[in-house]
Design a protein around this ligand. Structure first.
Ligand SMILES: Cc1ncc(COP(=O)(O)O)c(C=O)c1O
Length: 374
């Protein structure tokens, strides 16, 4: 049996499902080992925390293992209250997702149908487009300007049919942000009663720039804003799948109507709660990222590649010529990064900031690959 659907499936499944572009993920270490026999590979491809999970989260998971036979509390009251307290909102402004991916899908489920449009950056997180097209909407992809969101162009793209705008701050895969002033004039340009603004802050904890808007300051405005955050990045819990949304209580109530029950499992709830309190893990993660970012930026610049200034835990660099060969040569040396061809940046590669030894290994491998190609 191969993966081709039998002919009747095409008759009964809406054609738009066959047109949805598949999500391209970073290559897992085990897959590289299976495919190329490469051992001791390092993965710097999916913006995971190189220090691993918070030890307090691991401990919390261990302590919960005997309760696996019990369904989780679907509304996750403890975790929602803790998140509400930290973000200065009420618990009924918080919704949890099986990763923030699931919250994007819930937004599309509620707001998108055939004939609707959603606006997003042309080069941005690919799940926005996937969710919108899966629910029969059109993804309006606005070109970036200098690798950053072009907010005036996004505002101009709004039509009567626009139902969602997805804005990633910082953006992935470019790591760029927008200024508070630009964000606020963008908000002022938007219609108040027609659409939802999703501000995806998966990397917000890494941002040091004082001028970067913080989505949670805007959730009480007239325009509905849903801020998305995740435990997959700085909290190091990508494998457990926990994301959260902050928005007006009426919006959260609406999304809750289609939220699958028990979508965040009991171990994930406990781990996320413990990770929130682990200041030490958070500080170490930030410091590792700061130092790694400085090192990688300097070394990449010295190798003569163009580096896009990033505010997150990854860096995009561009070779000015197709980069797939470089990506593959790095794979053969056991260094997994992301070639950005699937985002339309064929000459660029994204690398996640790793531990100091990973960063050095990546730079050394890249140095050799670029030298061999010159
Ligand atoms: C911009 C952005 N948003 C959301 C996500 C998904 O996060 P989660 O693991 O919470 O689904 C990612 C993951 O890479 C991302 O880059």
């Amino acid at each position: 049996m191969d993966g081709t659907a039998p002919p009747w499936v095409k008759r009964v499944v809406d054609a738009r499902i066959f047109a949805v572009p598949p999500y391209v993920a970073g290559k897992p270490v085990a897959e590289l080992q299976r495919e190329l026999g490469v051992t001791h590979a390092i993965k710097m491809a999916s913006n995971e925390n190189p220090l691993g999970p918070s030890p307090l989260a691991v401990q919390a998971v261990r302590e919960s293992l005997q309760e696996l036979h019990v369904y989780p509390e679907s509304s996750a009251p403890e975790l929602r209250s803790a998140l509400a307290e930290r973000t200065g909102v009420s618990p009924d402004s918080v919704i949890l997702g099986n990763g923030s991916d699931e919250l994007m899908e819930m937004c599309a489920h509620v707001f998108i149908g055939p004939g609707c449009e959603a606006i997003m950056g042309e080069i941005s997180f690919s799940m926005y487009r996937i969710c919108v097209e899966a629910f029969g909407g059109a993804a309006v992809r606005v070109p970036l300007k200098d690798y950053a969101m072009d907010l005036p162009a996004m505002a101009r793209a709004v039509t009567e049919r626009t139902r969602i705008i997805f804005l990633a701050i910082p953006n992935s895969p470019t790591g760029t942000i927008v200024s508070r002033a630009d964000f606020e004039s963008f908000l002022a340009d938007l219609p108040k009663e027609r659409l939802l603004l999703v501000v995806d802050e998966a990397y917000r904890e890494y941002v040091a720039a004082a001028d970067c808007p913080c989505g949670t300051n805007y959730v009480a405005m007239e325009i509905p804003v849903l801020v998305l955050r995740t435990f997959s990045k700085i909290y190091g819990l990508a494998g457990l799948r926990v994301g959260y949304g902050i928005g007006a209580p009426w919006l959260v109530e609406l999304l809750n109507r289609i939220k699958p029950p028990f979508n965040v499992n009991s171990l994930a709830q406990k781990a996320a709660l413990a990770a929130l309190d682990d200041r030490d893990h958070l500080e170490r993660s930030l410091q590792t990222n700061r130092e790694g970012m400085r090192y990688l930026s300097e070394e990449l610049a010295s190798l003569g590649v163009k580096v896009v200034p990033s505010h997150a835990n990854f860096l995009t660099f561009c070779l000015g010529r197709p980069a797939r060969g470089t990506y593959e040569a790095l794979l053969r040396r056991g260094v997994i990064v992301r070639h950005l061809g699937s985002f339309g940046l064929d000459d660029c590669i994204r690398v996640t900031v790793g531990k100091p030894e990973d960063n050095r290994r990546f730079i050394e491998a890249l140095r050799q690959v670029l030298k061999a190609a010159s």
